[in-house]
Design a protein around this ligand. Structure first.
Ligand SMILES: [Zn+2]
Length: 647
């Protein structure tokens, strides 16, 4: 038996075999069963989605004789056995006239074609005209077609198919019943291919089918042809490696390895993965495109996990990866990736451009730069500087930021490790003079030119407004300009509760350390919170927690259930690190649960204090003699919701 190509052999012969077009199938089956037949149908959709296949099935439905020869025997389930069905399947049914308009656009041809419309069918019940790529007809041909559509002879059905319905005259469109065929999503193609290959007893890797499904770009016919090629290429099997080689596509696993390296903030591994990639001789611009695509899917995985497609059969991997990035990082990397793609043509070569783009992602992370490899700097610390009080603070900050930016490897779960790193770090001494010497390069990178980065950085680095307001003893009260024209002088300062913790405080006094060696309760948490070096989403997560219990080695925080979506591993690690730096060395766990009503979270406390400040400000304004004068003279009204307190 000679080999028949899959696309032909598996061409659907009934509506029920048609994959992925259920909406069209149901409409046509109902119309056929109820005998409400239109005289002209238009099928639109991109190439290879089944337009002509659908038209042929419809031709069989109209002409199948298994239920009798008269007009009422039209069926939605053609038998496939009768003379008409077999003739249509074999392409030799004289009353099915297939026209490829792409090769027949002259008006005479169409006129000749339509001249025969008047004659009754010779073999079947209906004469079926299938005009493919109908948008290619000339305007004269359209006019000829239109005349026929206006007064269609009985026993004639027109089935028009096009990839480009916009090019059809509205006069034709309005006389057709239009069905839009959907593009085949890769999932659907993979499902169908595995069904076909199992039936054909061809061994295959599912990941190979995903490659084929992607390459087919929505066309089932292309997917089948590619699978035929893959079977030939793989000598009877469809294997991932063969298909990747045949399609020249990049192995998706290399991409995921790159993203893994980004998640670990491991610049060395990023470069090593690019070396691996280079062995495949890829299109580096394509690699960057694919990487940007993965970042997009990671963002989807973070925000709406259920909406994540299984486009490469890697859904679970991506969901796990998504938990290892912050949302800001993903957005930033995406932006840098796009920018890098645009700059690629100016780079000396594409590989350099790819490497620089990936390194830039790590360099511009909001949480700080990964530590470059250490080489001793020529400058030495002088004794005066070492003993000077002002020099201690920068050294401490430098050491802290380097500890922060180290890759978050599992070994750091041991909470004491960053601390010892900090004490032993050789660069803490080496870098201090360098950072104070004007000639030396700045240790932190300059902010990149695009703006989102600035915002991200600000939100990550700067404490939220309530922190500054709390630590500031005096609050100047003013109103929005629309209410009072003249700037108001500050009312007498209200006494504030004493607060030793300022936003930037990094040093922990001996008193505090001894406090934290005992039980770390919720009061300690509230007291310490504002001085913790936390930013952005991490700070927000922590602000919604209360202390559940502390046994001296493990600290359990309870999270407001409404914030459960925020609870990611990366944030927990950062909070644990910040606590360690503040002298509270604990293994941290954060679990969602109902909050006890007697405790307020740092967020609730900040909200309450903001409300109190607002009330005080409103009260101060109401008692202000200038405002009272304005109210009496002009009937001015104080808009309380426009009052803000400023520090
Ligand atoms: Zn039949």
């Amino acid at each position: 038996m000679s080999y028949q190509v899959l696309a032909r052999k598996w061409r659907p012969r009934t509506f029920h075999e048609l994959v992925g077009q259920e909406h069209v199938q149901r409409a046509l089956v109902n119309a056929l069963d109820q005998g409400r037949l239109h005289h002209a149908y238009l099928f639109t959709g991109t190439r290879g989605v089944g337009k002509t296949t659908l038209a042929r099935i419809l031709a069989k439905c109209l002409n199948c004789t298994s239920k009798g020869d008269d007009d009422s025997a039209v069926t939605s389930t053609p038998c496939g056995q009768c003379q008409s069905c077999r003739a249509i399947d074999d392409g030799r049914f004289v009353d099915l006239i297939e026209v490829d308009a792409a090769s027949r656009t002259k008006v005479e041809d169409t006129r000749e074609l339509l001249d025969n419309v008047q004659y009754a069918p010779t073999q079947g019940r209906y004469k079926v005209y299938l005009i493919d790529e109908v948008h290619m007809l000339s305007s004269h041909s359209f006019n000829a077609l239109l005349k026929t559509l206006e007064e269609p002879p009985p026993h004639v059905k027109f089935l028009l198919a096009t990839t480009d319905p916009q090019k059809l005259p509205v006069t034709v469109l309005s006389r057709c019943l239009q069905f839009t065929l959907k593009n085949m999503p890769p999932e659907r193609i993979v499902g169908h291919l595995s069904h076909v290959l199992e039936a054909e007893k061809v061994a295959f890797d599912e990941s190979a089918l995903w490659l084929l499904g992607k390459a087919a770009d929505g066309s089932m016919r292309d997917a089948m042809s590619l699978t035929d090629q893959a079977i030939a290429f793989g000598q009877g099997e469809v294997r991932h490696r063969d298909v990747a080689a045949m399609l020249g596509t990049l192995d998706h696993r290399h991409l995921l390895a790159l993203v893994e390296a980004l998640a670990d903030v491991d610049a060395a591994r990023v470069l090593a993965e690019i070396v691996n990639l280079a062995e495949q001789g890829p299109d580096f611009a394509g690699v960057l495109d694919d990487l940007v695509g993965v970042l997009h899917r990671l963002a989807v995985a973070q925000m709406v996990p259920d909406a994540l497609d299984n486009g490469h059969g890697d859904r679970d991997t991506l969901l796990a990866l998504a938990a290892r990035f912050t949302a800001e990082d993903i957005q930033l990397y995406y932006q840098i990736g796009l920018q890098g793609r645009g700059d690629m043509e100016h780079a000396p070569d594409a590989r350099t451009a790819l490497e620089m783009t990936l390194l830039r992602m790590l360099a511009f992370r909001p949480q700080g730069v990964p530590k470059p490899a250490q080489t001793p700097l020529p400058l030495k610390a002088t004794p005066e500087r070492e003993s000077a009080g002002e020099a201690v603070a920068p050294a401490d900050t430098a050491a802290t930021s380097s500890a922060e930016s180290r890759p978050e490897s599992p070994s750091e779960d041991d909470a004491s490790e960053p601390h010892s790193m900090r004490e032993n770090a050789p660069w803490a001494v080496e870098e201090r003079p360098a950072s104070e010497t004007p000639a030396a390069p700045q240790p932190t990178p300059e902010p990149p030119p695009w703006e989102p980065r600035e915002e991200t950085r600000a939100s990550e680095m700067a404490p939220p407004p309530w922190v500054e307001m709390e630590s500031e003893p005096e609050a100047e009260v003013s109103t929005a300009g629309a209410v009072v024209e003249k700037p108001q002088s500050a009312p007498p300062p209200e006494p504030r509760e004493r607060n030793d913790h300022t936003a930037g405080a990094t040093e922990v006094s001996p008193d505090e350390v001894s406090l934290h060696q005992g039980e770390f309760d919720h009061a300690s948490w509230l007291e310490l919170f504002d001085s913790l070096k936390l930013g952005g989403l991490t700070r927000n997560l922590a602000a919604h927690c209360v202390v559940d219990r502390d046994d001296g080695s493990a600290l359990h925080l309870r999270l407001d259930p409404s914030q459960a979506a925020m609870n990611a591993e990366v944030h927990v690690e950062r909070i644990q690190k910040a606590l360690t730096e503040a002298g509270v060395e604990r293994r941290l766990s954060i679990v969602e649960g109902e909050l006890p009503t007697e405790y307020e979270t740092p967020k609730a406390r900040a909200d309450r204090k903001a409300a109190e400040r607002h009330a005080q400000a409103v009260e101060a304004l109401q008692e202000d003699p200038h405002i009272q004068k304005l109210q009496q003279a002009f009937g001015a009204r104080l808009l309380e919701n426009t009052v803000t307190s400023q520090n």
